[in-house]
Design a protein around this ligand. Structure first.
Ligand code: OSB
Ligand code: MG
Length: 363
């Protein structure tokens, strides 16, 4: 299969400013790459570094995507099984920023999906379902998050994730208790502190919320080296997110109190890398959770394919599309009753809103 390659840029406003590590963004910007075969079948991939979380800038990503498009143009595409085992960098022969690896691998897989008539998720796991539960994302004041939590529970969400760590320990303890009080025990309740706390603060918080039947807390400590000690002193199960690549996957199984690893394919090296890490987590008895970095629906559908294939029973971190004021797909992807259903979202060809895209010259 010989392909041609094109690159576009998008900018979509968010419904409210998104607080990131050091600043807020009110628009999401990124690139889409489009690979077309001789029969005009089109695969799409999204490349959207997230400021404060991705190492690369959008400009660095653009330069490398242009290079990858140039390398792949007119060449034979690797088969899905080969791509998933080896990753695109070994085929290109050079390293790419994570977001680029993700986007290029996504575009190749979605094109193969059209060619073969098989959903992307079934290249990975032939029994992958069409839908996965997501954790509803709770950020804001106590009043806001309790209202949201009630609505999500009524709506059918089976898991919720509350962001903590921005306010005083006392305020965060109260907020966490307030949310738990409106969330029935059969609904999973997760926390995410984004490495906000020093050890003593985290332990104080952890002891106070220990009785609330939390599933886990993501990254409670600014110093992730002390997570096992945190578990020892609080009894809380923790999850790795920002520090997931700091520890070799070989050690995951030996870590006391490690309940889950959050895998963000757009940040940790792409589709093939996430596939390898999810299998490793599974072997070690640690739960892999596939999560987004606020990609648009184009990237989110690929992430949902991975979640359906790699962790079909866990609630994934993919409830992020509601932040977008506009959708890059004509039929927007929406969470329904706490689940993301992606059946029918394979053929991006007819559904990408090219009116929202700005064509770029890819060298
Ligand atoms: O802290 O988990 C995070 C998105 C971008 C950057 C960091 C994070 C996130 C999310 C995604 O929270 C949604 C989720 O995991 O539920
Ligand atoms: Mg996190």
């Amino acid at each position: 299969m010989m392909i041609s390659a094109r690159m576009y840029q998008y900018r979509v406003p968010l419904v409210r400013p998104l607080p990131l590590k050091s600043h807020r963004i009110s628009d999401r910007e990124g690139l889409l790459i489009q690979f077309t075969d001789e029969l005009n079948r089109i695969g799409w991939g999204e490349i959207a570094p997230l400021p404060g979380f991705s190492i690369e800038s959008l400009e660095e990503a653009r330069v490398c995507s242009a290079r990858a498009c140039h390398t792949l143009r007119g060449s034979e595409l690797p088969e899905p099984a080969v791509l998933l085992e080896r990753g695109i960098e070994s085929i290109l022969g050079y390293a790419c920023p994570s977001s680029v690896t993700f986007g290029v691998e996504s575009a190749i897989l979605t094109l193969w999906s059209l060619v073969r008539g098989i959903e992307v998720r079934r290249f990975v796991n032939e029994w992958a379902p069409d839908a996965i539960p997501v954790n509803g994302l709770l950020t804001g004041s106590t009043a806001t998050v309790t209202e949201l939590a009630k609505r999500m529970v009524a709506d059918g969400y089976t898991a919720l994730k509350l962001k903590v760590g921005a306010e005083s320990v006392e305020a965060e303890i109260e907020k966490t208790k307030a949310v738990r009080s409106v969330v029935p025990s059969q609904v999973k309740f997760r926390l995410d502190a984004n490495q906000a706390c020093d050890f003593d603060t985290a332990v104080r918080f952890g002891r106070a919320v220990n009785g609330l039947e939390l599933e886990y807390i993501e990254e409670p400590l600014s110093d992730s080296a002390r997570l096992e000690q945190f578990h020892d002193q609080t009894g809380l199960v923790y999850a790795l997110d920002e520090s997931v690549m700091k520890y070799s996957a070989e050690e995951w199984g030996d870590r006391e109190g490690l309940g889950a690893v959050i895998l963000k394919p757009t940040i940790l090296g792409g589709v093939a890398a996430a596939y390898r890490l999810a299998r490793r987590a599974e072997e070690m008895g640690v739960k892999p959770i596939i999560s987004s970095s606020f990609e648009s629906s184009v990237g989110t559908v690929t992430l949902a394919n991975l979640a359906c294939a790699l962790a079909p029973d866990a609630a994934s971190g993919l409830d992020t599309l509601s932040w977008f004021a506009d959708d890059l797909l004509i039929n927007p992807v929406r969470t329904m009753a706490g689940r993301l259903n992606i059946s029918g979202y394979e053929a991006f060809r007819t559904v990408v809103r090219t009116d929202l895209l700005k064509a770029m010259t890819a060298r």
